[in-house]
Design a protein around this ligand. Sequence first.
Ligand code: ADE
Ligand code: ZN
Length: 345
Amino acid sequence: MNHKTIPAERIPELLRRMPKAELHMHIEGSLEPELIFAMGQRNRVPLAYPSVESLRDAYVFDNLQSFLDIYHAGTTVLKTEQDFFDMSCAYLARAQADNVVHAEIFFDTQTHTGHGLSAETVVNGLYRACEEAPQRYGMTASLILCFLRHLSEEEAFECLEQVLPLRDKIVGIGLASSEMGHPPEKFSKVFARARELGFRLVAHAGEEGPASYIWSALDVLKVERIDHGVQALTDPALMQRLAQDRIPLTVCPLSNLKLCVYPTLAQHNLRHLLEAGIVATVNSDDPAYFGGYINENFTQTFAALGMHSQHAYQLARNSFEASFIDTSARDKHIAHLDTVFASFY
Ligand code: ADE
Ligand code: ZN
């Protein structure tokens, strides 16, 4: 695509209107306080907060763990397949409003099986929403199961076993939860098994943890994408590897801000990563907790870093190139992206 500069004052509109894929969002992190209260009431689950406002006011975090504690408390309201369907529909409707045309949705079953639910309840509810996404929301969606890294590899194997009858409803396997002290190599055997089973592989690495965790996610787990990965910038050899092998990073700027990875958005390294030739993408991670869905991530980060239309095009295009959709869908989305950009010239 031939780029002319689009004036700075039109960038927010461009960012909102451009079609994009979202590749890093945890569906449990899309539960808005209103929905937590509604589900808590319908499922008779008592909450530690007296009101929607007091719950939202508690969303102040100093690191990943302080967030994960409150995030896990929110998941206790999920009880039925319908709850998982409703939660997903609420996210898909919101994503559609941001011109997301394809979403790869993270979920975990271990949190919910820990609350006495079955893996089928979780996966069937989520999958039904993904199946209905084209008709209801004009977009496609698929599911990536994340193992919880604070639990053991043996527990991850049990989780994999439980979802095998649901294999066709899940496109990939990922790794999430508390990063520090739980390096990727802890899960080497279960990722090797997932690979044999034909799952696509991703892992959170280099969010708070060191660049060495990104190396081991690539070389030991053999993942195709790195979730977050912002710590790569501390390691020039790793930057070269990521750029050369075109390994995508699914970056989540507002998450990094809210979890104090960076003190301000103006200090975020997204622009550096992109300008170093890394296949970076922008995503919302846990939008109900971090102050915004994907377009809010785009508009706030562009304003803070003074990014322009060429960055916008590259990020949207990267989102399709980094996704697990087939090449014909990818080409169709990129052609649509080109048409939207052309309408701004
Ligand atoms: N689970 C939900 N959000 C997460 C994040 N930002 N990092 C690790 N695990 C998560
Ligand atoms: Zn995440």
